[in-house]
Design a protein around this ligand. Structure first.
Ligand SMILES: Nc1ncnc2c1ncn2[C@@H]1O[C@H](COP(=O)(O)OP(=O)(O)O)[C@@H](O)[C@H]1O
Ligand SMILES: [Mg+2]
Length: 206
């Protein structure tokens, strides 16, 4: 049965969709990957629609409401890994995707509002006893704000992955072409950090 990775964070613009797309493209080279877009904005659906012919295949679905449970089961049976991209609020669908997750991945930019915005997601995951990993996105190598966020996360007993993503044009460029950075710029710093994050996650997803 597939592992389910739910990318969730109530802050819009945190990098949920970008992460879902890049992780899917990365893993699709070696595994059967399915993406499930439950955000009504459908950014991930647009990304998937832009994938060029010949790119590694990624099963794709976008559903909501009563169909979601069945769709999760179907994808789970067909894929090695299912990645769910969620809207910037915890509605019934997002709550369901968090409940089903083997790991809830919470991206945040290193600033307090991103951590505050994640509180609802973190509380629900804790209530449902789902494992959570936080990942810093658009993170500078070192900054006072980053250190402050790292301290605050540690003080709350949350798991912050040591792997981070920088603020890089390569991500936006690849996204606009329906690809991941590992496909468009395989030897870039972006591809390298993305691969490191994917490897760390692969070991974690229950
Ligand atoms: N690490 C990054 N480097 C450069 N641009 C990024 C990065 N992460 C996100 N972005 C850009 O920020 C915007 C919001 O990201 P997105 O993944 O759509 O956030 P969310 O899904 O959480 O709302 C997008 O335009 C995306 O391309
Ligand atoms: Mg999104």
């Amino acid at each position: 049965m597939a592992r389910i990775l739910t990318v969730a964070q109530q802050k819009g613009g945190a990098g949920k969709t970008l992460l879902a797309a890049n992780l899917a493209a990365h893993w699709a080279r070696t595994r059967r990957v399915a993406l499930l877009d439950i955000d009504p904005q459908r950014s991930l659906t647009r990304w998937h629609g832009l994938r060029p012919a010949g790119a590694a295949a990624i099963a794709f679905s976008c559903v909501s409401g009563w169909r979601l449970g069945g769709e999760l089961e179907r994808l789970r049976a067909e894929a090695d890994i299912v990645i769910v991209d969620t809207p910037p609020q915890i509605d019934a669908d997002a709550a369901r995707a968090i409940r089903a997750a083997g790991l809830v991945l919470v991206p945040l930019q290193p600033s307090p509002p991103d951590l505050w915005a994640a509180e609802g997601t973190l509380a629900l995951a804790a209530e449902e006893r789902r494992p959570v990993a936080l990942v810093l996105n658009r993170a500078p190598a070192r900054s006072r704000l980053r250190t402050a966020i790292e301290r605050e996360v540690a003080a709350r007993g949350l798991r912050l992955l040591p792997q981070t993503l920088g603020n890089r044009h390569a991500y936006a460029l690849a996204f606009a072409r329906g690809m991941g950075v590992g496909e468009t710029e395989p030897r870039s710093a972006a591809a390298e950090e993305l691969a490191a994050l994917a490897a760390a996650l692969a070991e974690t997803i229950a």
